[in-house]
Design a protein around this ligand. Structure first.
Ligand SMILES: [Zn+2]
Ligand SMILES: [Zn+2]
Length: 333
């Protein structure tokens, strides 16, 4: 089968991703073989490929937004079932975090496309207990971005503690943000988007955002909640200063450049809160996928053939993707 692997992590200009031919993988205990129908391209794949995240498996195949078809009967799923594979691949189930419903904090957790091969390939294996059933009539390409971008955006939104009818600021408006924004809008929030990308500002307004401006522009009104999706630490003080008293800022990314020195009075006092978002639990995923289906979230997708994974990732690095990039095996040659 065709698969992509991270030959040597480094800047995307050094072409760290390489297309190789591999045997179709054999499922291990508790795992199941999946034929990949679509795999979303997430910023985390870029962090794995460029080495911002330390390598955990040499020559790993990235990709953790997999929509696929079960090839052979398992315990939970039958051949032909449509399933989703997401970032959280496994947890220990025994530690204090797992036991209190915070499996996203499990120190022994593993991740798809980082600890184990992911979906930039024609086939993938994954533990059955961590798969999401994906009924419904939407195309694989439309569903794939929901599996990480969507789930993480949802968790970030909940962590940002947006009050009903509240005012939400969003910094960075790619795959994750455009989904979280739709949920906030459906719940009656006023959404203000801050991004340097002009196409993203237009998309934000099309979806119903109250305003869209450049990253460091003033906010039309003080914010109850804010989410920083862009991996840029300098946005943190900017977002904090646009919060109202008692407001909450959630940083959604797994990687962020250094946050500049904060000024306690200007940035944090008046009980503003700054917190991070770490992965997700399976409960977050199940909740979000139900909501996405019920609200018929609009997923803006830019499809690429599997053969074009390197170009898709370079486009993401260069802010040239509107909405979410998705690899579709069989769409190329
Ligand atoms: Zn655990
Ligand atoms: Zn992701």
């Amino acid at each position: 089968m065709l698969a992509w692997e991270v030959r040597r992590p480094g800047p995307i200009e050094t072409e760290p991703l390489e297309a190789v031919t591999r045997e179709i993988p054999e499922p291990g205990p508790g795992e199941i073989l999946i034929r990949v129908r679509a795999c979303g391209v997430c910023r985390t794949d870029l962090h794995v490929t460029e080495g911002d995240l330390p390598p955990r498996r040499p020559h790993v195949t990235p990709g953790h937004e997999i929509v696929g078809e079960v090839v052979r009967q398992g315990h939970r799923f039958a051949a032909g079932d449509r399933v989703g594979v997401a970032w959280l691949r496994s947890t220990c189930g025994l530690c204090a975090y797992c036991r209190r419903g915070a499996e996203n904090l499990c120190p022994s957790s593993t991740y798809t496309g980082w600890d184990a091969d992911g979906g930039y390939a024609e086939y993938a294996v994954a533990p059955e207990a961590y798969l999401y059933p994906l009924p419904g009539d939407r195309s694989g390409a439309e569903v794939a971005p929901l599996l990480c971008a969507g789930i993480i955006g949802y968790r970030a939104l909940r962590r940002a503690a947006l009050p009903p009818g509240g005012r939400l600021g969003i910094w960075g408006f790619g795959g994750s943000a455009h989904l979280a924004a739709q949920i906030a809008l459906a719940e009656g929030a006023a959404v203000h988007v801050f991004t340097r990308a002009k196409a993203a500002r237009e998309l934000a307004l099309d979806l119903g955002a109250a305003s869209a401006q450049d990253s460091f522009d003033p906010s039309p009104e003080p914010l109850d909640s804010a989410i920083v999706f862009a991996p840029a630490g300098e946005l943190v003080p900017a977002a904090l200063r646009r919060l109202d008293r008692g407001g909450t800022l959630a940083v959604a990314g797994i990687h962020l450049t250094d946050v500049p020195a904060l000024n306690y009075q200007d940035d944090l006092f008046q009980e503003r809160r700054l917190l991070s978002v770490t992965s997700n639990t399976r409960a977050d995923g199940e909740e979000f996928l139900r909501l996405a289906d019920r609200l018929r979230l609009k997923v803006t997708v830019t499809p690429y053939a599997l053969e074009e994974a390197d170009r898709a990732l370079a486009d993401l690095a260069g802010d040239r993707v509107n909405g979410a990039a998705v690899l579709v095996p069989g769409a190329g040659g």
